[in-house]
Design a binder for this molecule. Structure first.
Ligand code: EPZ
Length: 431
């Protein structure tokens, strides 16, 4: 069990470099299963979700070679296994992308139902609806998604109207459709930057995908994909998290290696709250000196305000003058962090999908528990702004999605330390 120990109150000054996007990487790495040849994937974030997905590919028989800290070569020419190990798949939500990729390439697969953050119900009915529309038989039995094309041949192009905007279903159907016979059309598709990134990756390997980034995506199946080199986009949510950290702690930080357009939905809210955000070519300069103003925020699919920034913006709203209303528009249950914030003196009332946050000006440090990835990041933000010491446990949630968070924040003046306990947990080691 490791912890972050944060002594709050330091203003942040300096530069933070953003890593590759988690939610693009965890789809692009399984997409290499569709490729005949070596894919060189660059700008891969060093986070535990990526380590897991690479480990799953190795278990399936892929040749995965590390080129440098952020680059791997993946060769899936000699995959021998279509069955994904339960212990690995259940730890990560993105293991569902293995269904689309393996079904598309080999005509059958068995993948354990995915794990990931507990955000209320996380059904996969829309993914299954897509595979069925392309001619697969799909059933869930003994904890597995079992999918196969009759005769284990190729899927056929199909027309799918998604009942709700789903990032996972959109990407999974794109994966399955890439090598299918004929044209697949996804209507009411998600438009997140990582959807465009997956389409760009597949197209650069020889796929024919049009319309990614709009709500209708057309995929004309091709007979094979060849190897190539591709660089993953910067992480929109990692960048947004550090922008929120500067808003909460105050100071001036240049956040580098971003696509400012992807941050517009976050920038707009921070500016409304009184934060200065100056866009540069591939960076944003974030500055906060004065008081924070209250705002209302509703999360929505892209280009709306991202649900993956909801807990982090809540941390900032706790410090604003006045009362803010936060509405979660994507998940059923994403307020599990509120009890932890209350330990720090936050005043938040939750009723279903709505949280009413009464700004308190300043939080106070406390021992708290990271209940999921983004909630954990929000607790770091709360700790940076609080008076006194905050200790956050269960930080393995945070390490799923943030590369070298302690180093990045210490580099801009935060007082944050990783305290790791050896096996017997009696003697902490500070690092
Ligand atoms: C992705 O999850 C992200 N995860 C999530 O990020 C993110 O919160 C979410 O998209 C929304 O942006 C990954 O990319 C690995 P959805 P995903 O399918 O694909 C309902 C993080 O912190 N739905 O877009 O699983 C669902 O219940 C994580 O990085 C169905 O009903 O989300 C939800 O209400 C957490 N049936 C809504 O759609 C389905 O078959 C959107 O879910 C699929 C989804």
């Amino acid at each position: 069990m490791s912890k972050y120990q944060i002594r709050g109150g330091n203003r942040l000054h300096g530069t933070i470099e953003i890593s590759g996007a988690k939610n693009a990487a965890v789809a692009i790495i399984p997409a290499a299963l569709l490729v005949d040849g070596v894919c060189r994937i660059e700008n891969i974030p060093q986070i535990s979700d990526v380590t897991l997905i690479l480990q799953i590919l190795r278990e399936l028989g892929a040749d995965v070679r590390t080129v440098n800290r952020t680059t791997v070569d993946v060769d899936c020419s000699h995959i021998r296994n279509r069955q994904v190990p339960y212990e690995l798949a259940r730890k990560i939500r993105a293991s569902y992308y293995l269904v689309g990729a393996l079904l598309g390439r080999f005509g059958w697969t068995e993948v354990p139902l995915p794990g990931g953050c507990d955000l209320g119900g996380r059904p996969v009915d829309q993914h299954i609806k897509g595979f069925v529309a392309m001619g697969a038989d799909v059933e869930v039995r003994s904890g597995l998604i079992c999918a196969q094309v009759p005769g284990r041949g190729r899927l056929a192009g199909g027309q799918i109207y998604l009942d709700m905007v789903s990032v996972g279903a959109t990407m999974n159907i794109m994966l399955a459709a890439t090598l299918a016979n004929g044209m697949t059309i996804i209507e009411n598709a998600a438009k997140e930057p990582h959807i465009v990134d997956l389409a760009n990756f597949l197209n650069s390997m020889g796929a024919n995908i049009m319309g990614a980034g709009t709500d209708v995506i057309k995929i004309r199946g091709v007979s094979r994909l060849r190897g190539g080199t591709y660089s993953i986009i910067p992480d929109q949510i990692e960048a947004g998290t550090y922008m929120a950290a500067v808003a909460a702690a105050g100071g001036e930080v240049l956040i580098k290696n971003v696509i400012p357009k992807h941050l517009d939905c976050i920038t707009a809210k921070l500016v409304e709250m009184g934060v200065d955000v100056e866009e540069q070519d591939d960076a944003v300069l974030v500055r906060r000196d004065g008081p924070l103003r209250r705002v209302n925020v509703k999360t929505m699919p892209y280009p709306g305000f991202p649900t993956d920034m909801q807990p982090q913006i809540a941390a900032v709203l706790c410090l604003a003058r006045g009362t803010s209303v936060l509405t979660e528009g994507v998940w059923d249950s994403r307020y599990r962090y509120v009890d932890e914030f209350r330990r720090m003196g936050a005043r938040i009332q939750v009723d279903g999908k709505v949280a009413v946050i009464e700004g308190v000006g300043c939080l106070t440090g406390a021992p708290i528990h990271a209940c999921d990835l983004r909630a954990g990041a929000a607790m770091v933000i709360a700790g940076l702004s609080a008076q006194g010491v905050t200790e956050i446990d269960a930080i393995y949630h945070i390490e799923r999605g943030y590369e070298t968070l302690v180093e990045k924040l210490s580099g801009v003046g935060a007082d944050i330390r990783l305290i790791s306990y050896p096996e017997d947990e009696s003697q902490p080691q500070v690092g």
